[in-house]
Design a protein around this ligand. Structure first.
Ligand SMILES: C[S@@+](CC[C@H](N)C(=O)[O-])C[C@H]1O[C@@H](n2cnc3c(N)ncnc32)[C@H](O)[C@@H]1O
Length: 214
């Protein structure tokens, strides 16, 4: 069931024009940040990747550039408008999307080399975040990686007025928890190690990578 407090489930107009809106509200900076994040991930050409809350397929198409025919990308999303866009945009034999609620157990165990989750996890309660991270952990092979592209850690109260205003308008209460929660603890508690955080737009946007325990 949809969580009414969360704002990560995007419908209708917002879903159809999500990529364009994101480019506009970040003054054109978003594509550069995303490209950088994917470059840092250093994907191997035969990786099996799960893209959680895959959205329009923009991320999957970019990751696909790094793969050969042995690599695979599977997206999960629940929003039909997003799924439709993904199918139109990512027309490759080794890339597909399934309708799946990421709170529910994933139908893949010890299968993926990497799970990518971009601007999704901040929109869930701490309790649901744990469930999602456990689902991700189970779906990864031992030694597989999670890559989280999302807000970093920053103190909301110390931010300039315009950042506070934009964040308040755009984000739900769960995002306020997320920016203050310790990422290393969040991941090591679930069974990951070797947590690395790359700052992409200062502390505001980061790529956090960790490895599933062997
Ligand atoms: C903010 S958008 C980010 C989309 C994409 N990851 C990106 O970076 O462009 C969040 C996405 O998560 C999906 N989503 C939200 N809740 C979900 C859930 N419970 N299960 C699967 N997908 C979900 C939404 O439909 C939407 O496509």
């Amino acid at each position: 069931m949809e969580d009414k407090i969360s704002r990560v489930t995007i419908h209708g107009f917002m879903a159809k024009y999500y990529d364009t809106i994101l480019n506009l509200i970040t003054f054109g900076k978003y594509p550069g940040l995303l490209n950088k994040a994917i470059e840092i991930m250093n994907l191997k050409s035969d990786e099996k990747i799960l893209d959680i809350g895959a959205g329009s397929g923009r991320n999957a198409c970019l990751m696909h550039n790094y793969l050969n025919d042995n690599g695979e990308i599977l997206g999960f999303d629940i929003e039909p408008v997003m799924i439709h866009q993904f199918k139109k945009k990512c027309v490759f034999d080794n890339t597909k999307i399934e309708k799946h609620d990421i709170i529910e157990p994933f139908p893949y165990v010890d299968y993926f080399d990497r799970v990518f989750i971009s601007f999704v996890i901040h929109g869930f309660s701490r309790e649901n975040r744990k469930i999602i991270l456990k689902n991700i952990n189970k779906s990864l092979k031992k030694g597989g990686k999670i890559s989280i592209f999302d807000y970093g850690n920053f103190k909301f109260e110390s931010q300039p007025f315009f950042i506070k205003t934009i964040f308040k308008i755009a984000e739900c209460p769960y995002a306020f928890e997320y920016i203050s929660d310790d990422r290393e603890k969040m991941l090591t508690d679930i069974g990951f190690n070797n947590v690395k955080i790359n700052e992409l737009a200062g502390k505001y946007v980061t790529l956090t990578t960790a490895i599933k325990n062997s």
